[in-house]
Design a protein around this ligand. Structure first.
Ligand code: PBE
Length: 268
């Protein structure tokens, strides 16, 4: 097997999809003989710094996240250009290799309940200024440039921000405990709870294609890169959403959902 005798460290950030993706990477690498260690639940900056310092070999991030939070770019680029620009920057600035897009996008989308949408006549983010609503997001979001830009561009100063573990946001908005959330677009609870997504008419939020990042040392490992290549384009938005739903709606473990998703990618 091509990775026999090698140990590979995979990181994940702290939400369902990321745990499932780390599990997919583990299964894929183990099938080729590698021994895999997982460092779970890291914030974006911690995961990225660990990767750049070679204490992690691989993790999955999203084009818009690198663009806004790491590159600190303001205007989003076209979705098609973004991966190329992000990849070039990562390699040049950090020696980090982009090893392929997985095939889905997981964007931030402002979401509300049907009742709140109706009560305040909400269809777009531009309908929010002046409303007395609270907005819940994961603890990272309010410190990110995506939030500052959205708030300043649309004039969202009247909204009161509330940090919340992403796992709890959807129930909270459904039950009206918060007015709005920044939903993750691959989350099955958007459809299951009939949440209303508010259109970003001014295109302030960037596209967020998921892709594999490989650290400076690991990127010299051709056998490893070949194995990762087998995952490129294999996870459609539909597949990812179904895998996430297994955990968040059907209460499976992330490893069970990982086993299901792995089977879709590599049928036995
Ligand atoms: N996202 C949306 C975030 C969390 C959900 C994928 C852009 C991120 O991890 O960067």
């Amino acid at each position: 097997l091509p990775l026999e005798g090698q140990t590979v460290t995979v990181a994940s950030k702290g939400f369902t999809e990321q745990y499932i993706l780390a599990d997919i990477l583990r299964r894929t690498l183990e099938a080729q003989g590698a021994e895999v260690r997982i460092r779970e639940g890291l914030g974006t900056t911690v995961a990225f710094d660990a990767l750049a310092a070679n204490s992690v070999d691989i993790y999955v991030d999203y084009t818009g996240t690198v663009w806004a939070s790491l590159m600190e770019r303001e205007e989003p680029a076209q979705r098609a250009d973004m991966y190329a620009q992000v990849s070039a920057w990562l390699l040049e600035e950090h020696g980090v290799l982009s090893a392929g897009k997985l095939g889905f996008e997981n964007a931030y989308a402002f979401a509300t309940s049907p009742e709140t949408a109706e009560a305040y006549d909400l269809e777009t983010i531009g309908d929010l200024p002046g409303t007395p609503l609270s907005i819940a997001s994961d603890p990272e979001f309010f410190g990110r440039p995506e939030w500052t830009r959205t708030r300043d561009t649309y004039g969202l100063e009247s909204l009161s921000p509330r940090s919340m573990d992403s796992a709890f946001m959807y129930d909270a908005v459904r039950r009206g405990e918060v007015g709005l959330i920044t939903a993750y677009t691959t989350d099955g609870r958007i459809d299951a709870f009939n949440l209303v997504l508010l259109e970003d008419t001014l295109s302030v939020l960037p596209p967020y294609d998921a892709f594999m990042l490989v650290g400076p040392d690991a990127r010299e490992n051709t056998a490893l890169l070949n194995v990762l290549g087998s995952l490129e384009g294999e996870i459609s938005t539909e597949r990812m959403r179904k895998a996430n739903s297994r955990v968040d709606l059907e209460r499976q473990s992330t490893t069970e959902a990982g086993a299901w998703l792995y089977e879709q990618i590599f049928p036995a």
